[in-house]
Ligand binder design. Structure first.
Ligand code: MG
Length: 145
């Protein structure tokens, strides 16, 4: 699957720290055969990807629409369609299909949300869905690639 990760409060804290488990999660998703894309409403985030040494896992970076997600993504002419989006802002997975992730603000070594998200992604990859309340399926009336 093409998995699109948001940046701020998804894996990057307000304190610029990297959410625990981000490396391991991206490494395993890649090993499982998924492709990882990074997008952000504030621009192309290669600098943060490089700074946190996530570069080997990331296929490309894009700008994320700030509203009307499905419509705008359809107009963006992306080289790939997001199969699953991971975002701390619930409207994004609600519009495109994917997981809401608990917002990450400050470094905490007890934050295990990335591990939870990894397990949920593998569940969706295997079964096509998840009963977890974080999951929103891709809307049937949404635009498709
Ligand atoms: Mg965010």
């Amino acid at each position: 699957m093409n998995i699109f990760f948001d940046v701020d409060f998804t894996w990057l804290g307000l304190d610029q720290s990297l959410r625990p488990g981000t490396h391991e999660t991206m490494q395993r998703l890649l090993a499982d055969g998924h492709k990882i894309y990074i997008w952000s409403g504030v621009g192309i985030r290669w600098p943060e990807v490089h700074q946190h040494r996530l570069t080997p896992y990331v296929t490309d970076c894009f700008v994320k629409p700030l509203s009307q997600y499905a419509e705008r993504v359809a107009q963006m002419d992306l080289p790939v369609w997001p199969d699953l989006v991971i975002d701390d802002f619930p409207e994004v997975p609600a519009a495109l299909g994917g997981f809401w992730i608990r917002p990450y603000f400050y470094f905490s070594n007890t934050d295990d949300e990335m591990e939870v998200i990894y397990r949920l992604i593998t569940e969706v990859a295997r079964t096509g869905r998840s009963a977890d309340r974080r999951f929103k399926p891709k809307p049937l009336n949404g635009a498709s690639a």
